[in-house]
Write a protein of this length. Sequence first.
Length: 334
Amino acid sequence: MRMQVAAFTRQLVDIESITGNEGPIGHFLLGQLRLLGYDARRVVVEGERANVYATSPQAPRPTIVFSTHMDTVPPFVRSSEDDHHIYGRGSCDAKGIIATQIAAAEKLKPEGIHVGLLFLVGEERDSLGAMIANQDANGCRFLVNGEPTDNRIAVASKGALRVELTANGRMAHSAYPELGESAIDKLVEALDRIRHLKLPADPEVGPCTMNIGVIEGGRAPNVISDKARALLLYRLIGSSEELRDRLLQAAKDLVTVEFTLEIPFVRLGRIEGLPTMVAAFTTDIPALSNWGQPFLVGPGSIHVAHTEQERVEKAQLEEAVTLYCQIARKLLNL
């Protein structure tokens, strides 16, 4: 049976699966994969949230596993389409990828190539599904992970370091600022110092970058603030050790610095003859270290993921099916 990739993508998009609510899409995929003849099972992660892992009866321990995630960011946006695109939340990140990976697995079967399929929960928040999957790896040699790369092989994926800055002060009437101690003033000065830190760059991967995503604090315009906070995110191109030290040195006398999450930078496998890119975003790959040599590729543009106009080109979906098949053949010839 030849899968209608665009139609199946729309079916998946229309199942709301914002991180934390992946149960329904997991059950749906489990049923569809069993109808296609796979040995498919749910691996419970938390409550109704479960990863889905499927293998062919002919290859219970496949050499290659295709993988991506089932969850999406909010808000839920139902699917629509025009002549060239599928629209809706998850259309490119990553439900269109699920459809293309299943279609590619089906296309490879008549050639005697049986790949595994691993669909995960929680990638958009903390990669919890990947961490659970890593405790029960199947011994495969290659993991082909799907994220929107415009069907180019990612040679590297930047890491991420989340930083929380907290400033403490003393409240006072704003007419008498000398009686108080402004937490906001401390935070602003700390952020100014941090913004002027020189960040590293790599000729192939590009620069380490920083975003100040949240600033909050204060009580009222006429009150000297006693609390202020900022949340920062760095995109890493290597180890975070030196950056951590520099942040602590720059801000230690003004704010407390807490490192709340780190996803490491990774260099990835290449496939000869295929176009490449660098993924400035993070993926589940660092949490799937027991699933073989990782490769990262998928249809769609990361530039429209997480936006109101998230979409994927129908032509890219079809190209991805062919590309995943091509990659599987090449890897088996290594």
